[in-house]
Design a protein around this ligand. Sequence first.
Ligand code: HEC
Ligand code: HEC
Ligand code: HEC
Ligand code: HEC
Ligand code: HEC
Length: 230
Amino acid sequence: MDRFLFPRWVNKFVPLLIGGLLVGAAYGGTIIFVASSPEVINRGYQPEQPVPFSHKLHAGRLKMDCRYCHNTVEKAPHAAIPPTATCGNCHTGPDDKGALPYAAIRTQSVALEPIRESLNTGESVDWIRVHNLPDFVFFNHSAHVTRGVSCVECHGRIDKMERVEVAKPISMSFCLECHRNPESHIRPVDQVTNLEWGMDKTDTQKLEIGHELVKELNIKPSTNCSTCHR
Ligand code: HEC
Ligand code: HEC
Ligand code: HEC
Ligand code: HEC
Ligand code: HEC
């Protein structure tokens, strides 16, 4: 059988053909990539929790700092969910002898029954995760919080939420948008848990502060793939 299945004149079109195929593949791949890339963190997701814990009450009305409960957020990649003992600081009921602790708030509340049970048995409360990145993404809270990126940038006004909800679509483009232009998202580091910071400033004023801090602290978020995929 003849080894040449095509006439010779076809040869000069081969590079073109291969080029065309590559472009087509890349194009098709992009379409599939974009179309099939779900927002792994779905905006609006708001699961019901075993205890109707309200951030609006505790962080908003009572003005408790986020770090009172999420106490690893500045030091570790993950922001710890508080153990029941933290709730117990205020919600512990009377002991065996009927004596009340220093702060005994709503100790008869039905809503707090799972907390009292957890304090008695030592078993933790099964809080349901709200935000959850896929395993192939690396994220680090302390890297952001210690560089002037506020919780509000990614979680919205948690201090106004009766029940936590995913406020922003935390997709790759969401991460990259800020990594490329951090200036409009940076505030003084000691204000990161003050979700109301900047309410009294215009966007131009905030941008100016951001520009200064980016320069002063030499903030350069990386956009290398290996920063978030390692
Ligand atoms: C009194 C303790 C307490 C304080 C103060 C507090 N939180 Fe929480 N937070 C919790 C508990 C408990 C949960 C888990 C239950 C839930 O999702 O409501 C939680 C959940 C969250 C979640 C969702 C976690 C997930 O599963 O994705 C975010 C985000 C969050 N808190 C942010 C904040 C921010 C921001 C502040 C400060 C403005 C704050 N919290 C203050 C106790 C607290
Ligand atoms: C610093 C004190 C303090 C801590 C710590 C605290 N709370 Fe509270 N909690 C309060 C106060 C104050 C109220 C409101 C009481 C009122 O409105 O009369 C309250 C109310 C509540 C209520 C509503 C009870 C009802 O019957 O309406 C729930 C549920 C609750 N807290 C859950 C929690 C959980 C879960 C934690 C731990 C993650 C926690 N709290 C930590 C002070 C605290
Ligand atoms: C740059 C964006 C960003 C900022 C700023 C940020 N978070 Fe988060 N947070 C996330 C992402 C993304 C997740 C999901 C992480 C995962 O699934 O591994 C998350 C998850 C959480 C959780 C669940 C536990 C965990 O670590 O997975 C809590 C609680 C939380 N954040 C609280 C806070 C608090 C409090 C602050 C401010 C002090 C804050 N976050 C600032 C993006 C952010
Ligand atoms: C609102 C702005 C903002 C958003 C949104 C944001 N980042 Fe960042 N990120 C930063 C800044 C600022 C730094 C610190 C850069 C520096 O220290 O020079 C940083 C640093 C990092 C680092 C480097 C940590 C290290 O070990 O050095 C990682 C990883 C990272 N971000 C991942 C993410 C991921 C994943 C997302 C999306 C879920 C995200 N970031 C969203 C602003 C942001
Ligand atoms: C600042 C953090 C960050 C950087 C830098 C980054 N990614 Fe991502 N990437 C993410 C996050 C977060 C997700 C998951 C969210 C999603 O799937 O929408 C993701 C998802 C992906 C996915 C899976 C998409 C899917 O279908 O779910 C691929 C593939 C990917 N990234 C490739 C890359 C490549 C290639 C680079 C370098 C050019 C890169 N990423 C740089 C944060 C980042």
